[in-house]
Design a protein around this ligand. Structure first.
Ligand SMILES: Cc1cc2nc3c(=O)[nH]c(=O)nc-3n(C[C@H](O)[C@H](O)[C@H](O)COP(=O)(O)OP(=O)(O)OC[C@H]3O[C@@H](n4cnc5c(N)ncnc54)[C@H](O)[C@@H]3O)c2cc1C
Length: 422
């Protein structure tokens, strides 16, 4: 371990006894160099994990991550922290399965406490049809090697006694439980990857906005930034909700719409919710943070926007759904709400690919409202693609051209090709 040293119980003890003088920042402060082998645009979860695995798995360290704001200030620090591998479709299921396995070894790998907590996820169902769909999903998860348990109403009551089981409009029939699902502390994930990448020699450049992409005769040459031009042999666009804008700098139009997604947290409470729970008949899901706040959210605001804040109708909708499912929540006081910009694809599945017709330009985007759990595998696969020019086997289906050819469209929720309107 380089700059910030290895964390251990022994070190905490030693620092505690010697006045805590030995701690350093998590990553090196750097000035951007005029040239790198690889440049990553975007210091969110996916950009940082890509940089980390470029260095760790492929030995590529002449790399810069360029972040227009501060590391972790985007969606990676705004999400509701749910980590799960309960996807249904081939293409998605092996990718998220790979990601969950990486999560399970992440703290040891990064030598960083990301507070990954496999407290179990329960998706509730409220009709026979919904139960059948969840039973199918559970079977797919088991076939993929992940875990799933179909609970009946009494099974759910054992885990979640505080739900309103008697409400007549949306009675609870049961739930699909994913015991290895859970949460992690979102910004610690960004910090852990940043520290790991920086320790391996990657330059992390904050307050550095990319304003242009230099391309000559179909070959990428570098980027223009608010801190001057930077040459690079390969450039990765990993900017989540800003993907459309940054791809436009290379003259490309993406099949992406940027939409606002909101989340909420209450004041700290004693432990009351020890799983992640989602309502099957309304837009509401919830967990409790280690600090005690109830963290919950719902659906998109359903209009395209780059504003990192949401509107009142969706707040009302989420609160109503919460009250329907667990009336006790009405006693908690909401402390904060916020929004993030989601990179929505028409089929709800991501893109990790080269940009056709421009050598050396790559893109990782389309994470919709579920990209936090994907951070480890996305970085792993994007690093593989950028280093070897071949897709990683668990991300082979995340091709950009599926939206042009219609071949290989992946519609995770079976909602048609307008995922953002489901
Ligand atoms: C309210 C909410 C709840 C969510 N809940 C969950 C959840 O429970 N589980 C889950 O799996 N996912 C969830 N998500 C989704 C998840 O957070 C995102 O899919 C994921 O974080 C996106 O990838 P990222 O971390 O790389 O994005 P970001 O952190 O947004 O990183 C992109 C970075 O690019 C930078 N950037 C943009 N343009 C430029 C430029 N021109 N130059 C330089 N830098 C630039 C931005 O400043 C930003 O830091 C949620 C999202 C939100 C908003």
């Amino acid at each position: 371990m380089g700059y910030s040293g290895k964390f251990s119980g022994w070190r905490v003890l030693k620092e505690g006894l010697t006045g805590n003088k030995g701690w350093q920042g998590h990553w090196r402060e750097v000035q951007p160099k005029p040239e790198y082998d690889l440049v990553i645009i975007g210091g969110g979860g996916h950009g940082l994990s890509t940089a980390y695995y470029l260095a760790k798995n492929h030995g590529l360290t002449n790399v810069a991550v360029l972040e227009k704001g501060y590391l972790g200030g985007g969606n990676v620090g705004r999400n509701t922290t749910i980590v799960r591998a309960n996807y249904f479709l081939q293409g998605n299921s092996e990718f998220y399965s790979h990601s969950l396995k990486l999560w399970e070894g992440l703290e040891e790998d990064l030598n960083y406490n990301v507070m990954h907590s496999q407290r179990g996820l329960i998706n509730l169902f409220h009709s026979d049809g919904q139960r059948d769909a969840f039973a199918r999903r559970g079977n797919m998860m088991i076939n993929q090697g992940d875990d799933a348990v179909l609970l009946d109403r009494e099974g759910v009551r054992k885990h979640l006694p505080y739900l309103d089981f008697e409400q007549t409009r949306f009675p609870i029939y049961g739930g699909l439980m994913h015991p290895r699902g859970g949460t992690a502390r979102h910004d610690a994930v960004a910090w852990g990857y940043a520290r790991g990448a920086s320790d391996r020699g990657v330059d992390l450049v904050q307050n550095c906005e990319v304003t242009g992409i230099d391309i000559e005769d179909g070959v990428v040459k570098g980027v223009q930034t608010s801190r001057g031009p930077i040459r690079a042999k390969k450039v990765g666009i990993i900017v989540a909700g800003r993907s459309g804008q940054v791809a436009a700098m290379a003259g490309r139009r993406l099949p992406i719409e940027s939409h606002v997604l909101q989340a909420f947290v209450t004041e700290g409470l004693k432990p009351v919710i020890d799983h992640v729970v989602s309502f099957g008949m309304g837009h509401f899901y919830i967990s409790q943070s280690d600090k005690g706040g109830l963290v919950f959210g719902g659906d998109l605001d359903f209009y395209a926007s780059y504003a990192q804040r949401g509107n009142l109708p969706m707040k009302e909708h989420v609160m109503e759904a919460g009250m329907t499912l667990m009336p006790m929540i009405g006693k908690a006081k909401v402390l904060r709400s916020w929004g993030g910009i989601m990179d929505m694809t028409p089929d709800g599945s991501p893109i990790i690919d080269r940009i056709d017709g421009i050598d050396g330009l790559y893109i990782d985007c389309g994470w919709n409202y579920g990209g936090f759990k994907a951070v480890p595998a996305s970085g792993w696969c994007m690093a593989h693609l950028m280093a070897t020019d071949r897709p990683h086997e668990v991300a082979e289906k995340f091709r950009l051209d599926r939206f042009r050819t219609g071949v290989g469209i992946m519609d995770e929720e079976g909602t048609g090709a307008q995922h953002n309107l489901h």
